[in-house]
Design a protein around this ligand. Structure first.
Ligand code: FES
Ligand code: FES
Length: 192
């Protein structure tokens, strides 16, 4: 059975035809072509489908689409300001926090929700906020560092590049910054 519903996504009001059994994730990906939110486990375990509803992170794969009606939905496609990446996106790039990238949209959305609530989260608070987002590639250290860089950028208005360069200079005072890298502790070793 099909239905036409109205959703508020990334600042737009959209009418969309959906199968009545669709989840929010199926609607985003298969009815609207918003494929940034990934379909991993499809049962609430991996976090790669995470989106924001009214600023709070939610798993789109286990949310019937009808539950999203009337809420402001933000997907990874809605984080940037036009062509300007969100500081989180810049920081993930600079810190090497995305490798295969499959987990990244969900982690960006969870991190965005965290930073909206806490301007200066501790490493433990970041770890807890991302505990539902699984990454098989990075070992998490670079992800946590990237969230810290983005938080500092949002607080101070500084360019994430300058923050990363400063961290690098502090960690390696005798070297000039050769490439974007978060420091200290940028080994990628497991910190989950
Ligand atoms: S796809 Fe939603 S939690 Fe894995
Ligand atoms: S970057 Fe590959 S799963 Fe996280």
């Amino acid at each position: 059975m099909k239905d036409i519903i109205t959703l508020h996504i990334n600042g737009d009001e959209l009418e969309v035809g959906v199968s009545t059994h669709f989840t929010l994730l199926e609607t985003l990906r298969y009815a609207l072509g918003l494929t940034g939110s990934k379909q991993g486990c499809d049962k609430g375990d991996c976090g790669t489908c995470t989106v924001l509803l009214d600023g709070q992170s939610h798993l789109a794969c286990i949310m019937p689409v009808y539950e999203a009606i009337g809420h402001e939905i933000t997907t990874v496609e809605g984080l940037a300001d036009g062509r300007t990446p969100h500081p989180l996106q810049d920081a993930f790039d600079l810190c090497g926090a995305a490798q295969c990238g499959f987990c990244t949209p969900g982690i960006l959305c969870s991190s965005y929700g965290l930073l909206a609530e806490k301007a200066h989260p501790s490493r433990d608070e970041i770890r807890r906020a991302l505990s539902g987002n699984l990454c098989r590639c990075t070992g998490y250290t670079k992800i946590f560092e990237a969230v810290e860089v983005a938080a500092e950028s949002l607080r101070s208005g500084a360019d994430p590049r300058d923050i990363v360069a400063e961290r690098y200079d502090l960690a390696f005072p005798s070297r000039s910054m050769q490439s974007a890298a978060c420091a200290p502790g940028s080994t990628g070793a497991s910190d989950a």
